[in-house]
Design a protein around this ligand. Structure first.
Ligand code: WT7
Length: 650
């Protein structure tokens, strides 16, 4: 990486100290880092005491057969007992587990005691449908309470679930059902999105026309819309769950018993089924939830991620319920029925900890601060960010506009594969820098290395690696140990490091800045440039709401920077000089090398349903190719809009 670029990257030098009162009462303190560094296994063994173990473990880590780790291997536990029953048994049965908010405005508050009954009923219903320990169950649901109940019921039985995000197509669902050999599918007639019922059952019917082996489909009634029905296969949730006994004795399973499979897209080929197991995963998701968000019993916590993604698994289901947290679960979109919906929910439920994604924050920036300014957000005390690097402008806007300038923002770096937080500030300890994930979580060993696996010096960039096994790590790719070894462990096989697939840099203080996937890193005239960094520069321009940058093949420079930009509403069309203004702005912010070859003003960006920008499609546009497969876009018409809107801008 060039010196010029690094010095520009390190331009961001604002820091935000932890608020003194928060620091004084923080769950985790500076000394915990020292303790964890001195003996990570002892640290995790102690963290594991946050859980109830039916049989205590005697060995913390078994790394005798790398990269196949075993954590707490001779311990036994029941995940659902930890997430539900024990709170009831310790006198917290009346505590609210979830404030559910349906998109049409229906609400339901469920206590831990009620949740326990429903999880037991669902578990009994699944047993009646023939589900045995080890059988796989696919879950294809909207964001409703039954989704959480279904997951915990599977966990209770030791039947690994695979939750498929409700926005995925029937093909995607079919391939996942097939890959993990699910015998039962739990779904709903549909859910509500953008003011309308959005059907799910038809996609299940279609998927089951393509794969065999599914015995029953359990259908939750949510929208009341008509559904096709296959007699003998389809069963209404209400018919079998409501009447089932609320008594179910949980059995303890080995710590390494499979808990779930979560599919995530690789760079090529079919999605990878990331396998997480019980003990280590629950320890790390529960402990990091408690530490990163400084969770206290009286907090009201809201993670906006869909339960169909790993963030929803670790930070809306397993971590928070294991800690007995009170949560908000919201079914719909942020703009339905109006653009202040999220802030209205925060004000109404007095949410204290809020966890969302940079893409959402930038959308709100685009809509303007007048919207959140109308609501009382003073209950908030901690804000979290996850999913992609957060550009400093979005970070500061989040902190100031949503957090009223009081709230620490924790930028949490982790992956589907890591199971839980890996690199993040801690709100009571870390003086955070906007845009940096800062430091490895206590007990986690992360580094930035060069191509040969050597740790880079402070002030330099390289590849992000995890140098020691961690409790929540993926155990393998379902059914494909070779791909597991190859994808994550072959790049730095000699050192035995886990290769995360991200580029990162260490600043002069040794703090980590994650730059994004290495496949999104461009090489322009031999200089490595981060798409994120240029996007961040563009977004710092007062007229820009959102930006996506790709490296397009260029005869002269190898790759050239191409930027797609959405303007803020109040900027109108930006004026005649907008393209030149933005090119100059980037050159000024980062250096001439980063100056985009092209800037295209577009009305929308192509995003997957999880909010990730599909740069591949933008690269097709930038390279004047026919646009490739758009089926994983949340809205496939976006590419047409971009191409129409762009005519004449080149
Ligand atoms: C990739 C993992 C972790 C749950 C959601 C995404 C990027 C995630 C950050 C962050 C910079 C981040 C990385 C990572 N990423 N969080 N705080 N700062 N980058 O899970 O779909 O498995 O994606 O998301 O590139 O590798 P995922």
């Amino acid at each position: 990486m060039s010196d010029e670029k690094l010095s520009n990257l390190l331009q961001e030098n604002r820091t935000f100290e932890p608020p003194a009162d928060l620091a004084a009462q923080a769950n985790v303190r500076a000394e915990d880092y020292e303790r964890a560094t001195a003996d990570p296994e002892a640290f995790w063994a102690e963290a594991a005491q946050k859980l109830h173990w039916g049989t205590p473990f005697t060995q913390v880590l078994d790394w005798s057969d790398p990269p196949f780790a075993k954590w707490f291997a001779d311990g036994k536990l029941n995940v659902a007992y930890n997430c539900v029953d024990r709170h009831v048994l310790t006198g917290n049965g009346d505590k609210v587990a979830f404030h559910f908010v349906g998109e049409p405005g229906d609400t339901r508050t469920i206590t831990y005691a009620e949740l326990k009954d429903e999880v037991c009923q669902a578990a009994n219903a699944l047993v009646d449908l023939g589900v045995k320990t080890g059988d796989r169950v696919a879950i294809y649901m909207p964001m409703i309470l039954e989704t959480v109940v279904a997951m915990l019921a599977c966990a209770r039985l030791g039947a690994p679930h695979t939750v498929v995000f409700g926005g995925f197509s029937s093909d995607a669902l079919a391939s996942r059902i097939d890959d993990c050999g699910a015998e039962i599918v739990i779904t709903a007639d549909g859910g509500y999105r953008r003011g309308k019922p959005s059907a799910l059952k038809p996609a299940v019917d279609e998927a089951l026309g393509k794969v065999s082996g599914v015995r029953n489909v359990l259908v939750v009634r949510r929208t009341g819309e008509d559904v096709d029905w296959t007699e003998g296969r389809d069963v209404w949730w209400d018919d079998v769950v409501a009447g089932a006994s609320p008594e179910h004795t949980p059995q303890d399973f080995d710590a390494e018993h499979p808990l779930y499979v979560m599919y995530t897209s690789g760079t090529t080929g079919k999605p990878k089924g990331i396998l997480h197991t019980s003990g280590g995963y629950l320890v790390q998701s529960a402990y990091t939830f408690w530490a990163t968000f400084d969770h206290k019993p009286e907090d009201v916590y809201w993670c906006t991620a869909d339960v169909g993604w790993v963030t929803g698994h670790s930070y809306a289901v397993y971590g928070p319920t294991a800690m007995g947290a009170t949560q908000v679960l919201y079914e719909g979109t942020p703009d339905s029925p109006h653009k202040g919906r999220w802030w209205e929910i925060i004000a109404e439920h007095k949410v204290t900890i809020f966890y969302t994604a940079p893409t959402a924050i930038r959308t709100f920036m685009k809509w303007g601060r007048e919207i959140p300014d109308e609501y009382d957000l003073s209950s908030l005390r901690i804000l979290g960010s996850v999913g992609e690097p957060i550009n400093p402008e979005a970070y500061v806007w989040y902190r100031e506009v949503i957090g009223g300038g009081r709230t620490p923002v924790v930028d949490t770096w982790w992956q589907t594969e890591t199971g839980a937080h890996m690199i993040t500030p801690l709100p009571g300890v870390t003086a955070a820098k906007p845009g940096s994930a800062m430091v490895a979580f206590p007990g986690i060993s992360a580094d930035v290395v060069d191509d040969r696996g050597q740790s880079v010096a402070d002030g330099e960039g390289g590849l992000l690696v995890i140098t020691k096994p961690w409790p929540g790590m993926l155990r393998t790719i379902w059914g494909d140990d070779e791909r597991f070894k190859d994808t994550y462990w072959s790049r730095f096989a000699e050192q035995g490091y886990y290769f995360a697939g991200d580029g990162a840099k260490k600043d002069d203080d040794g703090h980590i800045w994650v730059l994004g996937r290495v496949d999104d890193v461009m090489n322009v005239s031999g200089h490595r440039l981060s798409t994120t960094e240029i996007e961040s520069a563009l977004v710092s321009h007062p007229k820009v709401a959102e930006a996506a940058v790709v490296g397009a093949t260029d005869d002269t420079t190898g790759q050239a920077v191409c930027a797609f930009v959405i303007l803020r509403e109040e900027a109108g069309d930006g004026g005649v000089d907008i393209v030149e203004d933005l090119r100059t702005h980037v050159a000024k912010e980062i250096g001439a090398i980063a100056k985009p070859r092209q800037v295209m003003i577009v009305p929308e960006l192509p995003k997957t349903r999880s909010g990730k920008i599909m740069r591949r499609l933008l690269r097709d546009v930038a390279e004047n190719r026919q646009v490739g497969d758009v089926t994983t876009l949340a809205d496939s018409s976006v590419m047409d809009l971009i191409q129409q809107g762009m005519s004449g801008t080149k």
